[in-house]
Write a protein that binds this ligand. Structure first.
Ligand SMILES: *[C@@H]1O[C@H](CO)[C@@H](O)[C@H](O)[C@H]1NC(C)=O
Ligand SMILES: *[C@@H]1O[C@H](CO)[C@@H](O)[C@H](O)[C@H]1NC(C)=O
Ligand SMILES: *[C@@H]1O[C@H](CO)[C@@H](O)[C@H](O)[C@H]1NC(C)=O
Ligand SMILES: *[C@@H]1O[C@H](CO)[C@@H](O)[C@H](O)[C@H]1NC(C)=O
Ligand SMILES: *[C@@H]1O[C@H](CO)[C@@H](O)[C@H](O)[C@H]1NC(C)=O
Ligand SMILES: *[C@@H]1O[C@H](CO)[C@@H](O)[C@H](O)[C@H]1NC(C)=O
Ligand SMILES: *[C@@H]1O[C@H](CO)[C@@H](O)[C@H](O)[C@H]1NC(C)=O
Length: 925
């Protein structure tokens, strides 16, 4: 009976049987497990049941049973022999507990064997440990039909008014964030199926579905297939990046998204997040803020994952161990799940193919170049790129042809770190497939643990796949020269001793190079002790090719404070003599188009890094910021914080609708807003836009009333099913155009449409999501009052102001205050539009954090105690007299009595539909 799982409490009780007189054993029988069933107690060596009249048996008594058995809290209890009638003795007629006792023996009773009720009143209890909830037949653990496990079996759930309140409880209970969508269907079956819960009335705030007001507990055998289908929003997301695969980590807390503190997630957790989001491997985790400033709130805890969890909410949650959190964790995942070369002569040449969301496709050759090829060859263990055979050299392949333009700078460690442009890229001519011929020999040396493949600790391959560390010695200058040259990383800029990294490969080498050797293999090497007693310092090198550039603190990678990675650290730029020409070089180098502005620190903050003095004096034609003359500066009066806003900055919005979640689609490109033609727009585009705007997880293309004649930027936007970011959808090239008779793209997101659709449904309490997302209703009603008071004239002026205020959303740092910059973001005026200019190609670099990288992962020191939240014990199930196991249809209607503390559903304070990955640098009041 008592298995190995018996908790300590129960063992304690067993011991107690021998020690204290009158203490008894307790069990639950016929409930399909040890945590549900008819309550039986053992007295004088004999098991017997407890019977009780309705009024005398309550959750208080049942909760003591569950506590004593270590089965959690009470989910349901009933005195109507819900688990059948006992056969033996009735030992007790009810018991009297105040609910806080740890064992039943602490409660009082009428005396052993004294009872006035029969076996038809045998009490039964279901504790929460006996129950399980899941979603099945969906696309993942957070999507599908609701099923509940009771008495060891899985079955369905039914409620006549199933709606978003129910779905909300289910999603939150499963750790899947908030509910996005739910449907309820039923149809008659030929065979029997099992129904576990019927008439479930949820407020939406319950911690578990069994905390809702449930009138009928199963299992029932029914001839109906009930399908309560739920789609949850998911628990985590990456916000503020170019795609769903990079950005600030945010998790769902109730109805809002909150950031997670840097230091409260590790790389294992990053891997889990990347997998949960359908992205490739985790490339970097940092506390820098390249993706804009967080809204403010932080998740109160840490995550500890072992890497196998299907989603972040399945990881162990730990109490927070950083008190004053200021930095949100940012994660960069590869947007591709895999890379390969196909149809080559060897494994190291061929047609370039990438995998995204499980589908392999061939890269277009149009933007493919040597820096891209170097990074790919290195990643595939094929050395460096030797040549780019002509497009189509290795055939067309059968997969789709992707027009993705990789913008690698050549120093990236992983091709997933290269910026990618998809939206608005030129169409790829058929058969124009990218090809590469790699050297085929992996370099027998690498720089490990830096920001790029051109900086870090030196390691050499002593055998294939076995890496030895290199100790600091007298000949480092020569060694570094050979290393940087052999890696194609230029010349050494900084050579330093790094503290030994004990967890690395074991062998330690000493290298002696003069500096003129062509290959490191020609230098003299001495092998040192496998495990030296005192770890000497290791040789770390930063080659000139490790320099990187990024824009931080704005939104996306094309606006922000300029930061340069040089000699192993990120630094900011002095704003004293920073000009538009300087910013022009930055924008071009990042593949972000032309410079619109060169703001100072008032816009994107001063930054924290040291000043990098190598910038300035650009003519605007240089291809890298470090090729500018950089006149000698005598100090820096105003400090760091020089910024750039580039024309490649992308943004999107819905205009002209009833709220920001419906209207016609506009995209910001080249500093101007333009529309999107309806011709060729795929239905999944609506979903991607709604997700990106934080307007729910579904949306539809709607009929487009012909209005205005402003030109459009795009047409043929063809997002695939499941896309979460418009920026990763292919389309016709950027070009100002008239849309013609099919008109422009209008989108209505689900968050909006739910208002009307659910208002007509019989759902008792409307959900949070039904409330409009904007402040508009409130300001309108206030306005109405004011209008009556102040008269029409003033009212007109006020209304205009309100519209302005409503449109202004400054999600990112520092909306521009200057009149000149405002003009840049003015509404599109056809006559003033610049000609479309192609973005100069690829000298992009990744905006990646300066924090920990995959390579030097170390565990974090989270405390061991678990953050367990026990279920709410306030559940007060209904004591319906018809608790038999007959078909649910036969259960007479019982009007639900309100639970204690039952209150009308309140509108939530904070909708939490803040934007994701959207930045509005637009008009400010
Ligand atoms: C349940 O309903 C959902 C949504 O309507 C549907 O996708 C799914 O296939 C249904 N499942 C079953 C088992 O009927
Ligand atoms: C990882 O954690 C999960 C949940 O805690 C556990 O079920 C699984 O066995 C663990 N896997 C490994 C490899 O430790
Ligand atoms: C946290 O903030 C408080 C008040 O701002 C300060 O007194 C304290 O020193 C800070 N603690 C740490 C660890 O930074
Ligand atoms: C790849 O490069 C090697 C060495 O330069 C050359 O022998 C080979 O023919 C090249 N292959 C292709 C397909 O260009
Ligand atoms: C390091 O080597 C380079 C090239 O071999 C040489 O120009 C430079 O002077 C050397 N520096 C030192 C400090 O030895
Ligand atoms: C390497 O070893 C050879 C032979 O022992 C010696 O002639 C040469 O000077 C050594 N080179 C260095 C840089 O120590
Ligand atoms: C839609 O696009 C196709 C292909 O570009 C073009 O042939 C057609 O004329 C367009 N239709 C309209 C109504 O603009």
């Amino acid at each position: 009976m008592w298995g190995t799982m018996v908790p300590a409490r129960v063992l304690g009780l067993l011991l107690c049987v021998h020690v204290c007189m009158g203490s008894e054993e307790l069990r639950l029988v016929d409930g399909g497990g040890r945590c549900a069933g008819r309550v039986e107690v053992k007295h004088e060596g004999e098991w017997g049941s407890i019977c009780s009249y309705d009024m005398q048996w309550s959750t208080r008594e049942a909760s003591v049973v569950c506590r004593q058995l270590g089965c959690g809290t009470v989910a349901h209890t009933s005195p109507y022999a819900p688990f059948g009638q006992g056969k033996g003795r009735i030992w007790l007629h009810t018991i009297f507990c105040d609910g806080t006792e740890t064992t039943l023996q602490d409660c009082s009773h009428y005396g052993w064997g004294n009872h006035y009720c029969g076996h038809e009143w045998d009490v039964g209890v279901i504790c929460t440990e006996a129950l399980e909830l899941r979603l099945v037949d969906g696309r993942g653990p957070c999507d599908g039909r609701v099923e509940m496990k009771l008495r060891g079996r899985w079955g369905t759930v039914y409620d006549g008014a199933w709606g978003m309140n129910h779905a909300e409880v289910v999603c939150q209970q499963l750790g899947c964030g908030s509910a996005a969508h739910t449907t309820f269907t039923s149809h008659i079956l030929e065979a029997h199926s099992t129904l576990m819960l019927a008439r479930v009335n949820c407020k939406g705030t319950e911690k578990a579905i069994w905390d809702c007001n449930i009138q009928s507990w199963g299992p029932y055998s029914v001839m109906t297939d009930y399908n309560a289908s739920v789609v949850c929003q998911g628990f985590s997301r990456l916000a503020g990046g170019d795609s769903e695969c990079s950005g600030r980590l945010e998790v769902r807390q109730g109805q809002t998204w909150v950031s997670v503190c840097h230091g409260h997630v590790d790389l294992m957790a990053a891997q889990v997040v990347c997998r949960e989001l359908g992205c490739g491997t985790a490339l970097a985790l940092s506390g820098a803020e390249p993706f804009g400033v967080p809204a403010g709130l932080f998740w109160n805890g840490a995550f500890e994952c072992n890497g196998t969890e299907p989603f972040l909410s399945a990881c162990t949650k730990r109490p927070p161990h950083i008190q004053n959190c200021t930095q949100p964790a940012t994660i960069i995942c590869s947007p591709y799940n895999g890379f390969r070369l196909a149809d080559g002569v060897s494994v190291c040449d061929g047609r370039v193919e990438v995998e995204a969301r499980g589908v392999w496709g061939t890269l277009c050759a149009t933007a493919w170049d040597m820096p891209d090829a170097h990074v790919l060859c290195d990643h595939l263990g094929c050395g460096s790129a030797v040549s780019l055979p002509p497009p189509g050299h290795f055939g067309m392949g059968t997969g789709m042809l992707r027009s993705d333009a990789l913008r690698c700078s050549g120093s990236e460690r992983h091709p997933g770190q290269c910026p990618v442009e998809v939206l608005g890229q030129p169409a790829c001519p058929p058969g124009h497939t990218a090809a590469v011929n790699c050297s085929g020999v992996a370099e027998p040396l690498r720089l490990h643990g830096g920001e790029s493949r051109c900086d870090g600790r030196l390691e050499v391959a002593v055998r294939p796949g076995v890496w030895a560390r290199v100790s600091v010695g007298l000949w480092d200058n020569g060694t570094a020269t050979v290393v940087c040259r052999q890696l194609g990383c230029g010349v050494p800029e900084k050579i330093h001793a790094a503290p030994a990294n004990g967890s690395g490969p074991i062998e330690l080498q000493e290298l002696r190079c003069v500096g003129t050797e062509e290959l490191l293999a020609q230098c003299n090497a001495t092998r040192m002790a496998a495990e030296p007693s005192k770890n000497p310092e290791e040789l770390a090198i930063a080659c000139s090719g490790s320099k990187q550039l990024r824009l931080v603190g704005g939104c996306g990678r094309c606006a922000g404070r300029v930061e340069v990675y040089s000699e192993g650290t990120w630094g900011t730029i002095c704003q004293d003599s920073w000009t538009l020409q300087d910013a022009t070089v930055v924008c071009r180098q990042l593949g972000c188009g032309r410079a619109l502005e060169a703001p100072g620190s008032e816009r994107f903050g001063p930054g924290t890094g040291t000043l990098w003095l190598g910038a300035g004096g650009c003519a605007g034609t240089e291809d890298a910021l470090w090729h500018c003359p950089a006149p000698v500066q005598r100090g820096c009066r105003r400090g760091g914080g020089a910024g750039a806003v580039c024309s490649g900055l992308l943004d999107l919005r819905l205009m002209g609708g009833s709220s920001r979640c419906s209207g016609h689609l506009e995209v910001l490109h080249e500093g101007t807003w333009g529309r999107v033609c309806a011709n060729g727009t795929s239905p999944a585009t609506a979903t991607a836009v709604c997700r990106q705007l934080g307007c729910g997880t579904a949306g539809s293309l709607t009929d487009n009333p012909a209005e205005g004649s402003e030109p459009a930027w795009l047409s043929w936007v063809r997002c695939e099913e499941g896309a979460r970011s418009l920026w990763r959808c292919p389309s016709a090239p950027w070009q100002l155009q008239e849309c013609g008779p099919t008109g422009i793209t209008h989108i209505t997101c689900e968050e909006d449409s739910r208002d009307s659709s659910e208002a007509t449904s019989p759902a008792p309490a409307l959900t949070h999501s039904a409330v409009p997302l904007t402040a508009a209703p409130r300001s309108v009603s206030a306005l109405t009052v004011l209008c009556v008071l102040l008269g029409t004239l003033l009212c007109v002026a006020l209304a205009a102001l309100a519209v302005q205020a409503h449109r202004t959303r400054a999600h990112c740092q520092g909306p521009s205050k200057g009149a000149t910059s405002e003009a840049v973001y003015e509404e599109l005026d056809y006559s003033l539009m610049p000609e479309y200019q192609e973005v100069p190609s690829h000298t992009g670099s990744l905006s990646q954090g300066s924090g920990r990288k995959l390579s030097n992962h170390s565990g974090d020191g989270a405390e061991e105690s678990d953050l367990q939240v026990s279920a709410d014990p306030r559940a007060q199930p209904q004591h319906s007299p018809s608790h038999g196991y007959d078909d649910v249809m036969a259960v007479p209607e019982v009007s639900p009595s309100p639970q204690p503390g039952d209150a009308p559903a309140q509108p939530p304070e904070d909708m939490g539909y803040d934007d994701v990955g959207v930045c509005t640098l637009g008009t400010s009041l």
